[in-house]
Design a protein around this ligand. Structure first.
Ligand SMILES: [Zn+2]
Ligand SMILES: [Zn+2]
Length: 146
């Protein structure tokens, strides 16, 4: 289905998405994602995977586009963590340590292994040149994460 962006959200048409080692570990049932006798599950079932992606903005309200300095047709990459912006870490500016730790494709938000992906208002986005091939641009997340 094609998601409908709400206030603050963007709809992307996926250009490319990487397959991360963590996607494979999650697929194969690793306890880090699905829990075991010592820890609860972190990943959610029925999530569309895919957190290393680039896409083209095809919908979003004017306020959101202006705030993010984007136009329809622009390409963006998203940071994999979608910060809560309310926990101790987010308030200190260390959003990558967010206590809630929502992440595209695992928890809180569907990822980009689909034709369309919804970008939540809390997500961090970065512009990507139209000239960069999608399969190259999708490396923005693993390279910056490393
Ligand atoms: Zn990854
Ligand atoms: Zn947080």
């Amino acid at each position: 289905p094609v998601p409908t962006p709400g206030p603050g959200e963007l709809l992307l048409r996926t250009d490319a998405v990487g397959i991360c080692a963590s996607d494979l570990k999650c697929y194969h049932g690793a306890a880090k994602f699905w829990g075991d006798e010592n820890r609860p599950a972190w990943a959610e079932t029925n999530r569309i995977p895919g957190h290393e992606f680039v896409g083209t903005v095809i919908a979003g309200d004017d306020t959101t586009l202006t705030k993010r300095k984007l136009s329809l047709g622009d390409r963006i990459a998203c940071e994999q963590i979608v910060p809560c912006w309310e926990c101790r870490y987010c308030l200190e500016g260390a959003y990558w340590m967010c206590a809630v730790h929502d992440m595209f494709g695992f928890k809180g938000h569907d990822g980009a292994m689909a034709e369309y992906v919804l970008v939540p208002a809390k997500a961090l986005t970065h512009p990507v040149s139209a000239d960069l091939p999608g399969q190259v641009a999708a490396f923005a997340e693993p390279l910056s994460c490393a």
